[in-house]
Design a protein around this ligand. Sequence first.
Ligand SMILES: Cc1cc2nc3c(=O)[nH]c(=O)nc-3n(C[C@H](O)[C@H](O)[C@H](O)COP(=O)(O)OP(=O)(O)OC[C@H]3O[C@@H](n4cnc5c(N)ncnc54)[C@H](O)[C@@H]3O)c2cc1C
Length: 416
Amino acid sequence: MSKHVIIIGGGVIGLSAAEACLKRGHRVTVVDRQPQQRSGCSFGNAGMVVPSHFIPLAAPGMVALGFKWMWNPESPFYIKPRFDLDLVSWGIKFMQAATRSHVEAASPLLRDLNLASRELYLQYAAEGEDFGLVTKGLLMLCKTQHGLDEEAAVAAKANALGVPAEVLDAAGTAKVDPTITMDVAGSVWFPKDCHMAPEKFIAVLERRILAAGGTFRWNTEVTGWKKEGGRLRAIQTPAGELEADEFVLCGGAWSDDLVRDLGLKIPMQAGKGYSLTNPNPVELPTLCSVLTEARVAVTPMGNSLRVGGTMEISGKQEKIEPRRVAGILKALPDYFPKFKPSDFDGIKPWQGFRPCSPDGMPYLGRTRAASNLTVATGHSMMGLSLGPETGRLAAVLVDREKTEHDLAMLSPDRYA
Ligand SMILES: Cc1cc2nc3c(=O)[nH]c(=O)nc-3n(C[C@H](O)[C@H](O)[C@H](O)COP(=O)(O)OP(=O)(O)OC[C@H]3O[C@@H](n4cnc5c(N)ncnc54)[C@H](O)[C@@H]3O)c2cc1C
């Protein structure tokens, strides 16, 4: 039966959910507080589809690394110490989740969701959509032998999980991508990974939603809920109430604030990251890559080159921290010696807030807080990669059907 579904949030998750609900015959309204010409986390990201990322952020070693990097203003991971009970509680939960057993339980699910999403991206491309999809894989570039040994251990786990990964020396790496000069000890090549231009993919989704009869309400902030019995009747906005049969929350890093009044606790911190896009790079790789020791992502997008990185847990202040941007640019010539940080002079850094749950896993499922609310958020560093499959699953949940994957680990009620 066709229902009216309100999707809160017009990022990659919300738009993917909207398209999937329309495909199932529902009437869909996407509500976003920003104008259509917006620039959120789903736009300036590194554009990678990453079956290689089957290890959640909350993993052994990350806590120690976080403490080590806290004191370095150019480091790629930073938690700004501040008195904030939400942050303290999030940090404790992160530490509790950063265990081997959590990673072992999470990896097969992340693999399955990423691979399923990759298939959906291939489908979009097969339908003739042009969003710059390149399916040649990703190189985890290692400057040092120690780094390569560590990545080789991840590659062994990947192969055991059925995600193909090949360990390459410097010459082997150059053979996989001969279009760029590299100075590395070696790499791990994940041939199933892909990259694209995320802004183009968002435009594709918006066009498809409109063509399928979906409606957008831009500049419309959701400020509250109207609940009757155990069900939501409407969302409140400055323009009045909007009623629907089903609601899907895809509010990115703001999602936790949005559901607080419903008594739903989905702990979330904004993980700020930056990117810079050079329209005229001195060289252009064919594959996307991660500079592993520096945690910097490098992606060719058409003739441009985007570099991005840092995970700054410092609240939701839209302030660009020049030292962290400098840290990203300084790393580039270490791996790609033809580049200089000054190649990016005059290019305005973009920033985005990754929606980070403490256990590094998305929130995807129905909730006890309201019987007609589905939550789809908290994808941290993998929201673009997991977008289409998350959207498809959200639509399955809207229809109260059984999902193919066991989503118990992703329950929005897991911290209730
Ligand atoms: C530097 C960087 C590089 C990245 N690289 C990659 C990558 O290569 N691959 C990958 O998979 N992921 C990557 N990510 C992560 C990815 O960008 C995010 O996971 C993803 O964009 C999150 O999408 P979202 O739809 O959940 O959130 P968002 O894109 O933030 O969308 C949420 C929307 O909700 C709206 N909203 C919030 N509150 C309200 C309200 N009260 N009322 C109405 N609307 C509201 C906002 O306006 C916003 O439009 C990267 C992130 C960064 C920062």
